[in-house]
Structures are given as C-alpha cells and as structure tokens.
Design a binder for this molecule. Structure first.
Ligand code: ADP
Ligand code: ADP
Length: 229
C-alpha cells in the first residue's frame, strides 16, 4: 500500500538530509507506528506520502500512485483516498461536529443525501452521536480528536495517517483513541501513526518503524518503543 524506495529529502536550508536513503514498505491493512526523536524525519515522511512535499531522490508509492511524480491536477484524487489526523485536531472552529465531518464530503462533491446518511453513521462509530450539534470549543480533547478521526475516515480512505494523535491527551483518553484507530484498521484501512508515546507502542505490539537522523534505524514486526534514550 505504501512503498518508499531509497527516498531522500534535503531541505535547502538544512545541513543534513531530513530523510536519508529510506526504503520501507507497509502492506495493505497493516498498522504501523513511526517513531524516532524530534527531528528524525517522521513528519517529513508523512508529508511526502500526501504529496505536501516531493522527495529529492527516490520514489514514494501509495497504492498505485507514484506520489512524487504525480501531476498537480491528480493530487486531489490521491488525497481523497488518504485521511489525516493531527496532534492539534485542526477542526473548523465555526462549524458544528456534524458540519466538520460533512465538510470533508462536500468538498469532494458527495451528494447531499449521501452526506445525510453517512455523517450520523460515522459519528456513531466514534461514539459522538450525541454531540453532532456541538461546536469544537465545547468538546474535550478526546472528543475533538474523535471528531477529527471521524472526518478523516468518513470517506473510507485506503490509508489513515496520524501525526502524534495522542500528543495532547491524557493516557486514558489516548487509550480510547487507540481503540478507535484499531477499529478503523480492522475495516481494512492501512494506518500509519507517528508517535512519541512509549506506553501506547509497548501495549499494542504492532509494526514499529524507527527513524534516527533521517535514516531507517529499525523495523520490527511486533515491536516495542525500545530502550530509553
Ligand atoms: P520529526 O517529525 O521526526 O520531528 P521532521 O520531519 O519535522 O522530524 O524534521 C526532520 C528534519 O528536517 C529536521 O532537521 C528539521 O529541522 C528539518 N526540516 C523539517 N521541515 C523543514 C523545512 N520545511 N525546511 C527546512 N528544514 C526542515
Ligand atoms: P475530558 O475528561 O475528556 O478532558 P472534559 O472534562 O473536558 O473531558 O469534559 C467533560 C464533558 O464536558 C465533555 O463531554 C465535554 O463535551 C463537556 N465540555 C467540556 N468543555 C465544555 C464547554 N466549554 N462547553 C460545553 N461542554 C463542555
């Protein structure tokens, strides 16, 4: 589903490459953690997957797309098949919970009758059916993240990318978010999650891909976070 072949990314302003000859493959339906210290290249890797940036060399494949080589007009099609979740939720503050989720479908031109049935279904999936008409400012952090996940998942993406989705949440709330991501993964969606959360990585024993200074440092099938550093 995702394949990086000898991918390097060099930002003109930085001394060393943000990614340095990284090759890694994530199969359809896998759940993979992306770990590594700050500055190791995790966000850069995620940005290359959604074509927010292009590699300096090497090839990034998502499904059958050569992402870096994609013509600009084809990028929206790629992004429609990928959902993104961030540490800071990024909800639209002036829309309700339901409107935030509906908006993801409106921008890709889904008909109104589809939106009317699909939005309540996905809010149900994230246990927020009762909060459809709340504003984001009225939600706890855990609830806001569940809305963000509903929005990322409502279009049934092939891949869900999560960049530190539990970074602002307490351990109990984080565990609920992980339960939800596992549920989404079980529907067949490939999940890649960048995280610093040792407790979560150690409790889930999933694929662990570790970056260190832009290089692939470790790739374990049922990994743990690793030694304290
Ligand atoms: P992580 O997500 O693991 O913290 P990043 O991918 O954000 O790592 O950063 C990897 C390296 O690339 C760091 O040295 C960072 O300073 C550098 N970097 C990231 N984005 C940019 C950018 N837009 N311009 C220049 N350097 C960048
Ligand atoms: P958590 O324990 O997950 O951090 P909170 O204590 O922040 O949750 O919130 C508990 C409940 O109160 C949540 O269901 C949330 O929807 C509601 N709530 C939190 N802040 C507000 C607010 N500013 N206005 C209305 N409801 C709120």
């Amino acid at each position: 589903m995702i394949r990086l072949e000898n991918v390097s990314k060099v930002y003109p302003t930085s001394a060393r490459p943000a990614l340095d000859d990284v090759s890694v493959e994530v199969e359809r339906g896998e759940f993979a953690f992306l770990i590594g210290p700050s500055g190791s290249g995790k966000s850069t890797l995620l940005r290359l997957l959604i074509r927010e940036d292009v590699p300096s060399s090497g090839t990034v494949w998502v499904a059958n797309w050569n992402v870096g080589g994609l013509a600009g007009r084809r990028v929206p099609r790629l992004r429609q098949r990928m959902g993104c979740v961030f540490q800071d939720f990024r909800l639209l503050p002036n829309k309700t919970v339901a409107e935030n989720v509906a908006f993801a479908l409106e921008v890709i031109g889904k008909p109104r009758h589809t939106i009317r049935t699909v939005v309540p279904e996905v809010l149900d999936l994230v246990n927020l059916a009762g909060k459809a008409d709340r504003m984001p400012s009225e939600l706890s952090g855990g609830e806001a993240q569940r809305v963000a996940i509903a929005r990322a998942f409502v279009n049934r993406p092939l891949v869900l990318l999560a960049d530190e989705p539990t970074g602002n949440l307490d351990p109990e709330t984080s565990a609920g978010i992980m339960t939800l991501l596992e549920r989404i993964n079980r529907t067949g969606t490939t999940v890649v999650m960048a995280t610093h959360d040792r407790q979560i990585v150690d409790s889930m024993r999933r694929r662990v891909v570790e970056l260190s200074a832009g290089r692939l440092a470790r790739d374990d099938n049922r990994g743990v976070y690793g030694v304290a550093r």
